[in-house]
Design a protein around this ligand. Structure first.
Ligand SMILES: *[C@@H]1O[C@H](CO)[C@@H](O)[C@H](O)[C@H]1NC(C)=O
Ligand SMILES: *[C@@H]1O[C@H](CO)[C@@H](O)[C@H](O)[C@H]1NC(C)=O
Ligand SMILES: *[C@@H]1O[C@H](CO)[C@@H](O)[C@H](O)[C@H]1NC(C)=O
Ligand SMILES: *[C@@H]1O[C@H](CO)[C@@H](O)[C@H](O)[C@H]1NC(C)=O
Ligand SMILES: *[C@@H]1O[C@H](CO)[C@@H](O)[C@H](O)[C@H]1NC(C)=O
Ligand SMILES: *[C@@H]1O[C@H](CO)[C@@H](O)[C@H](O)[C@H]1NC(C)=O
Length: 583
């Protein structure tokens, strides 16, 4: 009995655990079922809508949805289907909604001293503590089956323990993923030089692709060995001897060309966290939109290859909308010798304290490598958390100074002479609530009933919000959070201005999201398009694109020494080496 119940929970747990392991919540408490409850509510809300759309039963709708998922997720989805079937057959979803159904499934519950957490608005009776009464009358009604009653009793379901621990198979997989992902280094990296050859799992989506994974002295960003007379040791695609001059192409085209790599130390915004809006829009669900789920999971729900700092390609997938531009991409256009010299060390949930350890996964040898431009960019997590007493968990300006100085000192030991470190300030996250709160969330599109405010409130209630301070209906709290963010930005600016470093020059620039939004609106765009459609929190693809342009312009006009000169040999390089080995 116990195992039978555990299995399906574990299966839906796998999906949730993967999502949660990656969800950029820096620090949360997690009550009333937390992320499991949120996951259940989202899934059953979609099932309800799909059933209505297709005039079919909830069981048929969930079966249809499972069919859309790739093979690797079939067992998990069917496990959840089996588990939920009695509740679905008893029409609890039809008669009530996903909130009640998930409470009946005991994936959502009410912890002592807590209020029930609900997604759907206008449930006054339930909201005022009446969910227990609803469940009780449901339990006592003759219309529900014995199986449903058993589920509602929650027999044998260890919900409060870590879901990753509830199943042997699941535990192994979770540990494997967490072990690799927590190292923030390429998983397939035979020569252990921190650059890999696969795209995902911290591979070439994150750091320039290794052009020889059997030789640890060959990797992007190094100064070329023997000027790459015979082979390419810096992976920029330029090597060999120029018959016209008798010198190597590296000497002819790249010597003294102001070669610089781009290194990003950042959070989920820098890594470009994105959950496709299609995944939670009932009318858009199809096998097609879920084709790439596995890759998305392997990249921790981040899209560094499309990001505003290290992006290098336009996507052809229709689950991302907008073009790519980035600091790295512009630097390559400026000097093709910089090809593949980028590292995105963005980690979901990272804040200043954590960056001190995360920074150790970067790769730069002060003796053998080219100088780098490091972006130190933490735009929110130091004031963002899911705790109800959110203010007590914010970083203080004194802490910010200590943490960031410690990171800069570490960088000074790792960067080649002549490098640059650009520290950005934090965002004014009040724009989120201003732009999004009253808009319809993808989950509410079909019935025009769920807004971002409802989603923010559900996450806050479950204490899994990525940012209670800004995703709150309390304007005083939102203002306070922005004031703290401004204080932390000031602390960062002071650290930059009052310290000298041996190997790099530090700079401070604001993270001016309001100006970027204004520039987007001036181009005919709408402000809300700058925010991620599902989480209502992260900068969108368009925002990454606009931020790249904004930052570049600032560097060009104010700090041209950082970006170096234009390489006059760019055309010659293109003519000789084409796409330089691509990515
Ligand atoms: C929905 O399906 C039921 C039976 O399955 C049928 O009686 C009803 O007419 C259908 N409604 C619509 C709008 O197609
Ligand atoms: C993570 O890194 C540590 C230290 O570099 C290493 O010992 C460990 O094996 C790595 N773990 C994985 C899963 O690669
Ligand atoms: C993406 O496409 C746009 C428009 O075609 C182009 O200008 C831009 O250079 C492309 N970006 C990348 C990273 O290839
Ligand atoms: C929040 O800040 C804005 C802008 O500074 C101000 O206009 C508004 O009155 C403040 N709201 C509250 C509740 O303090
Ligand atoms: C709003 O937030 C402020 C600052 O945290 C707090 O003092 C106040 O009690 C909150 N107001 C409400 C209505 O919760
Ligand atoms: C910001 O700093 C000012 C000046 O030190 C201080 O008075 C204020 O309380 C700080 N605000 C927050 C929200 O931390």
């Amino acid at each position: 009995m116990e195992r039978k119940l555990l299995l399906p929970i574990g299966s839906v747990g796998l999906l949730v655990c993967l999502l949660v392991a990656q969800f950029p919540v820096p620090s949360t408490a997690d009550v009333n079922g937390g992320t499991t409850c949120a996951g259940c509510t989202i899934i059953l809300s979609l099932v309800d809508q799909v059933a209505e759309m297709n005039n079919e039963s909830a069981v048929d709708a969930l079966t249809r949805l499972c069919g859309y998922l790739p093979d690797q997720f079939q067992t998990a989805c069917k496990g959840f289907l089996d588990f939920a079937t009695p509740i679905l057959l008893d029409l609890i979803l039809e008669k009530y909604n996903a909130d009640v159904a998930c409470h009946a499934l005991t994936l959502c519950y009410v912890d002592p001293g807590q209020q029930a957490c609900l997604l759907y608005p206008n449930q006054q009776q339930i909201r005022s503590g009446g969910i227990r009464a609803v469940l009780k009358s449901l339990y006592q009604s003759k219309e529900i089956s014995k199986q449903t009653k058993q589920i509602m009793m929650g027999k044998g379901v260890g919900l409060k323990s870590d879901i990753c621990d509830s199943l042997p198979g699941l535990k192994g997989l979770c540990e494997w993923l967490e072990g690799h992902i927590n190292n923030h280094t390429a998983v397939s990296d035979i020569d252990q030089d921190k650059f890999g050859i696969t795209e995902t799992l911290r591979g070439s989506h994150w750091r320039g692709k290794d052009c020889d994974d059997f030789d640890k002295t060959v990797y992007p960003g190094r100064r070329p060995k023997n000027n790459d007379e015979e082979t390419d040791s810096d992976c920029n695609g330029i090597y060999g001897v120029n018959p016209a001059t008798g010198k190597t192409f590296e000497e002819d085209y790249c010597a003294n060309s102001d070669h610089r790599g781009v290194l990003l130390l950042s959070d989920s915004a820098g890594a470009h966290f994105h959950i496709p809006g299609e995944w939670m829009t009932a009318s858009k669900l199809s096998a097609d939109v879920f084709k790439h789920v596995l890759m998305v999971v392997e990249d921790e729900f981040d899209w560094p290859e499309l990001s505003g700092t290290t992006g290098y390609m336009n996507t052809t997938w229709d689950i991302v909308h907008g073009l790519t531009d980035s600091l790295y991409y512009k630097l390559v256009q400026r000097n093709r010798c910089n090809h593949r010299d980028f590292q995105n060390i963005g980690v979901n949930g990272a804040r200043a304290e954590k960056i001190n350890t995360i920074a150790h996964s970067m790769s730069r040898d002060p003796n053998t490598d080219h100088p780098a431009i490091v972006m130190y960019s933490l735009i929110g997590n130091d004031v963002c958390n899911g705790h109800p007493d959110t203010i007590a968990h914010m970083t203080t300006p004194e802490q910010m100074k200590a943490y960031s100085l410690s990171s800069l000192k570490y960088l000074d030991t790792r960067l080649p002479k002549g490098s640059f470190v650009i520290v950005t300030g934090m965002a004014d996250g009040r724009v989120l609530y201003e732009l999004m709160a009253n808009r319809i969330h993808p989950l509410g599109q079909y019935n025009q009933d769920i807004t971002y405010k409802h989603v923010y409130d559900l996450l806050s209630c479950l204490q899994v919000s990525p940012c209670n301070g800004w995703m709150s209906s309390n304007e005083t709290l939102r203002n306070y959070t922005s004031e703290r963010a401004a204080n932390l930005s000031k602390a960062l600016e002071e650290v930059v201005q009052s310290n000298k470093f041996m190997n790099f020059k530090p700079y401070y620039i604001d993270y001016d999201i309001r100006t970027v939004i204004k520039e987007w609106e001036d181009m005919g765009g709408e402000g809300w398009q700058m925010v991620e459609p599902i989480d209502g929190f992260h900068p969108s693809q368009d925002a990454n694109y606009m931020t790249a342009k904004h930052v570049w312009k600032q560097l060009e006009t104010t700090y041209p020494e950082i970006i170096g000169k234009v390489n006059p040999n760019n055309d010659a390089i293109y003519k000789q080496f084409g796409d330089q080995g691509g990515y």
